[in-house]
Write a protein that binds this ligand. Structure first.
Ligand code: NAG
Ligand code: NAG
Ligand code: NAG
Length: 272
């Protein structure tokens, strides 16, 4: 079973926890995807603790105003927090998603020097590991599934994913991109600290992962350090569809043993 194999492979580096799924509705924008917390910790009474409070408060306050922003702790220029919402969604969705993400971080990554959480519609990360503005195409989470398709589905998928890479997306707001071909839809989202070229490169890496790793699957999603991409067949609603469970999704969890995220303990939602 794929999940068992993945867990066994990852355990030396990562601690894996299966969380109950919080919702199955296609519009559950706050549904959990993955989280990671650094092993380094800070003291509750330290200046670092007030810095974390400060950046996460700024993140929460900014979410109703913009799909992306970054903040530096007033007392520690190395401590940065940022958030990125799916920039095609309304501000109210962004703000609700970011509040949920911050609650998740507080409970999953309590006292961790760095933490990141990805929910369906938003991403929040903080830490002192100089991640701001840096490309990161590390594969953090990957899932393929749906009713098995055929080669015409694969051609539509490749074409829909190709449209994401080709899209001249606005840089502001992290460059949400959408593509479609026949019955297959696709979308991608970068974190707004990447420039246009770095965003395209990240999306290209993400779509490459989906093409190489999802076989004839009719839905897939891959989350890299600074962007993610998804595809799904029309009407299936991707993984969040209530009908999806009936088809028995395949699941693939990848984590690379390089870079900052190698030092993170992963808390991955394996609910399918
Ligand atoms: C980040 O902050 C933690 C907690 O204060 C500290 O232990 C660690 O050394 C810091 N790392 C860097 C790269 O400054
Ligand atoms: C899939 O959805 C897109 C966008 O709604 C639509 O343009 C296209 O015709 C649909 N394709 C099929 C086969 O239903
Ligand atoms: C971080 O935020 C500052 C202040 O809003 C902004 O000027 C800067 O461009 C941002 N940096 C990145 C890499 O997003």
């Amino acid at each position: 079973m794929a999940t068992r194999v993945a867990a066994a492979t990852l355990l030396p580096v990562l601690s894996l926890l299966i969380l109950p799924r919080t919702g199955t509705c296609a519009d559950d924008y706050s549904a959990f995807v993955y989280a990671g917390c650094s092993q380094g910790r800070y003291d509750a009474s330290s200046q670092y603790a007030s810095g974390v409070d400060s950046v996460l408060t700024s993140v929460a306050n900014s979410a109703p105003l913009a799909p992306y922003a970054n903040f530096t702790a007033p007392t520690d220029p190395s401590l940065v927090g940022l958030y990125q919402c799916r920039s095609d969604l309304p501000a109210s969705v962004c703000s609700g998603c970011v509040s949920s993400a911050i609650s998740r971080l507080s409970s999953l990554c309590a006292w961790a020097a760095g933490g990141a959480v990805q929910l369906r519609a938003c991403f929040v990360r903080y830490g002192n590991d100089s991640f701001l503005g840096k490309q990161d195409t590390t594969v953090l989470f990957k899932k393929c599934g749906g009713t098995p398709g055929d080669s015409s589905g694969v051609a539509m998928r490749d074409s829909a994913l190709g449209a994401l890479v080709a899209a001249a997306a606005p840089v502001a707001g992290g460059g949400y991109r959408a593509g479609g071909s026949g019955a297959v839809q696709a979308m991608s989202q970068c974190v707004g600290d990447l420039g246009a070229k770095a965003c395209s490169d990240c999306v290209s890496a993400a779509t490459g992962q989906l093409k190489a790793g999802c076989g004839y699957a009719t839905a897939g999603e891959v989350y890299l350090g600074k962007c993610y991409a998804r595809f799904w067949a029309n009407g299936s609603g991707g993984f969040s569809s209530s009908s999806a469970g009936r088809h028995g999704f395949g699941l693939l969890v990848h984590a690379a043993a390089a870079g900052f995220f190698a030092s993170l303990a992963y808390v991955l939602s394996l609910a399918i």
